[in-house]
Design a protein around this ligand. Structure first.
Ligand code: OFO
Length: 169
C-alpha cells in the first residue's frame, strides 16, 4: 500500500512525464517548421518514450493499489532560437527530471518503502541515458557550427532514431 505522500509524489511525477512528452512534441513541431525533418522525428521518438515513462508510473501506482489522478498539463514553449537552443532546453529539462527522480528515491528511503525504491532504480538508470543522448546531440550541433551541410548531416543522423518500448519490468 502506498502512503498518501508517496501517491501524491507519484501523481506529480506522472504529470511531469506527460509534460515531458508534450514539451518534446512542441519541439518536434518547431523542427518541422524549420524544415529539419530528422530532428522533428527524433523528438517524436522522445514523445513516445516519455509517454512510456508516464505509463510505467501509472501501472505501478495501480499495481500498488493506489489511485492515479490526472492533472492539467502546462503549456510548453512554441519556439526556440535555434536547434541548439531547443536541445539545450531539452537537457535542462532532463536534469530537472533527474532531480525529481532523486527526490522520489529519497522519499521512498525516508518512508522505508523499498518496493518504490526498487521501482525507481529503473528511472535512475534511464536518466543517465536520457541526459547522455541529449548531450550527444548538443555535441554534434556544436561541432557542426549550427548551419550548412553539417546541419543537414546531423538532421539525417537524427532521423534514424527509432523508438524501442521499455521492457515491462
Ligand atoms: Fe526524459 O525522462 Fe522521462 O521525463
Amino acid at each position: 500500500m502506498l502512503s498518501e505522500k508517496m501517491q501524491n509524489a507519484l501523481n506529480s511525477q506522472i504529470n511531469k512525464e506527460i509534460y515531458s512528452s508534450y514539451l518534446y512534441l512542441a519541439m518536434s513541431m518547431y523542427f518541422e517548421a524549420e524544415d529539419l525533418a530528422g530532428a522533428a522525428s527524433w523528438m517524436r521518438t522522445q514523445v513516445l518514450e516519455e509517454m512510456s515513462h508516464a505509463d510505467k508510473f501509472m501501472s505501478y501506482v495501480n499495481e500498488r493499489g493506489g489511485r492515479v489522478f490526472l492533472e492539467a498539463i502546462e503549456k510548453p514553449a512554441v519556439s526556440w532560437e535555434s536547434p541548439l537552443d531547443a536541445f539545450n532546453g531539452a537537457l535542462d529539462h532532463e536534469r530537472f527530471i533527474s532531480a525529481s527522480i532523486n527526490d522520489l528515491v529519497s522519499l521512498a528511503r525516508e518512508e522505508k518503502d523499498f518496493m518504490s525504491d526498487n521501482f525507481f532504480q529503473w528511472f535512475v538508470a534511464e536518466q543517465v541515458e536520457e541526459e547522455a543522448s541529449v548531450s550527444e546531440v548538443i555535441r554534434m550541433f556544436k561541432l557542426a557550427g549550427g548551419a550548412g551541410g553539417g546541419l543537414l548531416m546531423i538532421d539525417r543522423e537524427l532521423g534514424s532514431r527509432v523508438f524501442t518500448p521499455p521492457a515491462t519490468n
